[in-house]
Design a protein around this ligand. Structure first.
Ligand code: XMP
Length: 600
């Protein structure tokens, strides 16, 4: 079977590229950046992924230059494009204009990946460095306003480089560009997921041998599909599901999950009420990463307790998890990737167990769209497969905890400058005294959001949001006030932690949002809808603030905020304001990147 190799330079993208190639029906394999060229000589094409480094940085990942002598087409993306230019004798400049977000390329030649792409294309940029001198034999085939070398080509040797990310959905014709590369490679389309499931089952049997699997299920898509796949492969008696009620679930979630799993015919499912353990472990904790680690560790403790209670010998039982690829990459799971967040199923204790071969994660190579497709192909019910994704740590990463207001020392000056930029749009900006996680240039950021008041359409708001996060390094997120009145006062609402009362408040707000979306028929148009509680009060109104974060995405690696009809948004906001303890309602208008989907 024809294969394309993807070299992983540590960004978040290698598996996404592989996923995109598989969607074209061509099998793709991921390799470490420094894989010897000889090992790649039978592949039909080689793609260099993006990554967070600068090519001249000490320790920056590189590849075997022998690759360029294999007589195989090469496509470099972002860091991969810069590295290719550098290794072939060109020059790269560090720290020039930073471009994150949408950009337009002007195409000068329709060759290679840009065949049939016309004069211009919308693309997604996320970079600080750029190629400033081309290697001999290469030419520029497209530019943006900020980057002269947005796409380069050596048609004769079939080497192509693109500064933008053609693998993300924000490059609308990116898939077509990848298909162009597959054509340059002359690769046959011989791969399909249905046949691959048989291979997956064989892999599971090989890995589990004569042991059983103790599977942590959350009721979410990933763990349910993993559970079903394991049951189908190993038999119901050899797989045991544990649903841990962390106390950080959505309103009535535990019962709903239990009922739907029962209805779906899953046998051997045990529910453990462990809310008290989680609240105790999270007492006084504010750092998002600490919260994530504690939640992951507490899951394991509960699991051990249940194993003991049920007198199951841990030697005969492997731990099963529904980890999918984005969970591993955001935790810094490959050699060169930067850690964005520790996913609950990748805490150090689990990493240790993985090294010892005690954990099975049958879906760890896949993206959500593929997981849903596997679920469908093994006969699972659509209602279960199409649920919105929900993070393992649950509302634990949607309730911001803080001892005091957090603002950079220069916040007043930054706010003033932002307001100068916004004057002509008649909008006003205020920095919020809390911080949230973002991802910029493939690295983690932890910065303040800014709230806007005033009126503008979604397109204008989207472009202002991108502009503010590009221009002001102190800001990684932009939200919109849902209230008709001006903001007169922004305050920190006081030290607060993970306590049941706050969870109840968010559960109520989250349930109101979910009901509203189902009733108004917009639930399925939204890929995921986090509702977040932040310790901020506006205009002197007591309580805390609810942030709405609906996004459209395909695989969670990138996302656009959802553009809700303004009249609907006003109605939803009114319903939320009627909940006791809600001070204000804000709407997140940040794409990913620079904001992550969840706030922590
Ligand atoms: P971010 O916030 O990084 O999230 O843009 C990407 C996707 O991952 C989900 N998420 C998690 N899922 N365990 C999970 O199983 C976790 O610890 C976790 N943290 C984030 C998030 O909801 C989104 O769909």
């Amino acid at each position: 079977m024809d294969k394309i190799a993807v070299l992983d330079f540590g960004g978040q993208y290698a598996h996404l590229i592989a996923n995109r190639i598989r969607r074209l029906g061509v099998y793709s394999e991921i390799f470490d950046a420094d894989t010897p060229a000889l090992k790649l000589r039978f592949h039909k094409g080689i793609i260099f992924s993006g990554g967070p480094n600068s090519v001249y940085e000490k320790g920056a990942p590189t590849c075997d230059p022998g690759i360029f002598k294999l007589n195989i087409p090469v496509l470099g993306i972002c860091y991969g494009h810069q590295l290719m230019a550098h290794l072939l004798g060109g020059k790269v400049k560090s720290g020039g204009v930073k471009e994150y977000g949408r950009a337009k390329i002007d195409i000068s030649r329709n060759v290679g990946v840009l065949k049939f792409m016309g004069d211009e294309q919308e693309v997604w940029m996320s970079h600080g460095d750029e190629v400033t001198q081309l290697p001999v034999g290469m030419e520029v085939i497209a530019s943006t306003e900020g980057c002269k070398t947005a796409a380069i080509a050596d048609e004769y040797r079939k080497f192509f480089g693109v500064q933008f990310h053609l693998e993300v959905t924000h490059t609308p014709n990116g898939q077509k560009m990848l298909e162009n590369f597959v054509e340059v490679c002359n690769a046959e389309k011989e791969w399909n997921l249905k046949e691959y499931i048989e291979q997956l089952k064989m892999n599971i049997q090989k890995e589990v041998k004569n042991r059983n699997v103790f599977m942590l299920v959350s009721g979410g898509v990933d763990s349910s599909v993993a559970f079903a796949l394991l049951e189908k492969t190993l038999g119901a008696n050899n797989v045991y599901g544990l649903f841990v009620d962390t106390g950080l679930m959505r309103e009535n979630e535990a019962k709903e999950v239990h009922d739907s799993m029962e209805k779906a015919g899953f046998k051997n499912l045990h529910i453990e009420d462990a809310g008290a353990d989680f609240f105790k472990a999270l007492k006084g904790i504010t750092s998002p990463e600490k919260k994530r680690t504690i939640i992951g560790d507490t899951f394991l403790e509960v699991q051990k307790r249940v194993l003991k209670k049920m007198k199951l010998n841990s030697k005969d039982w492997m731990l099963g998890q529904g980890t999918i690829y984005p969970d591993t990459i955001e935790t810094g799971g490959t050699k060169h990737s930067a850690k964005i967040k520790t996913h609950h199923n990748r805490v150090p204790q689990i990493e240790e167990m993985i090294k010892k071969g005690l954990v099975i994660e049958p879906l760890k190579e896949f993206y959500k769209d593929e997981v849903r497709s596997i679920g469908e192909k093994i006969g699972m019910d659509k209602s279960m497969i199409m649920r919105h994704p929900f993070p393992g740590p649950g509302l634990g990463v949607r309730i911001l905890c803080a001892k005091k207001a957090e603002l950079p020392t220069t916040w007043k000056a930054t706010e003033k400058k932002m307001n100068e930029v916004l004057k002509k749009d008649k909008l006003k900006a205020y920095m919020l005294p809390v911080q949230s996680v973002g991802v910029q240039g493939d690295s983690r950021s932890y910065k303040n959001p800014v709230v806007l008041t005033g009126e503008a359409d979604w397109e204008r708001l989207a472009s202002i949001s991108t502009r503010l996060t590009n221009q002001f390094s102190a800001v990684n997120r932009v939200v919109l006030s849902c209230a008709p009145e001006e903001i007169s006062k922004v305050e920190f609402s006081g030290a607060c932690y993970m306590v049941p009362e706050r969870v109840k408040l968010l559960q109520r707000a989250d349930a109101v949002v979910k009901d509203f979306c189902v009733k108004k028929g917009i639930h399925n148009a939204i890929w995921q809808f986090p509702v977040i509680l932040i310790p901020v009060k506006l205009n002197g109104r007591a309580g805390e603030t609810i942030v709405l974060r609906p996004v459209c995405s395909e695989e969670a690696m990138t996302a656009n905020f959802y553009e809700m009809d303004f009249a609907l948004l006003r109605k939803l906001s009114d319903q939320l304001m009627a909940i006791k303890g809600v001070s204000a309602v804000l709407y997140d208008i940040t794409h990913k990147p620079p904001g992550t989907i969840e706030w922590e």
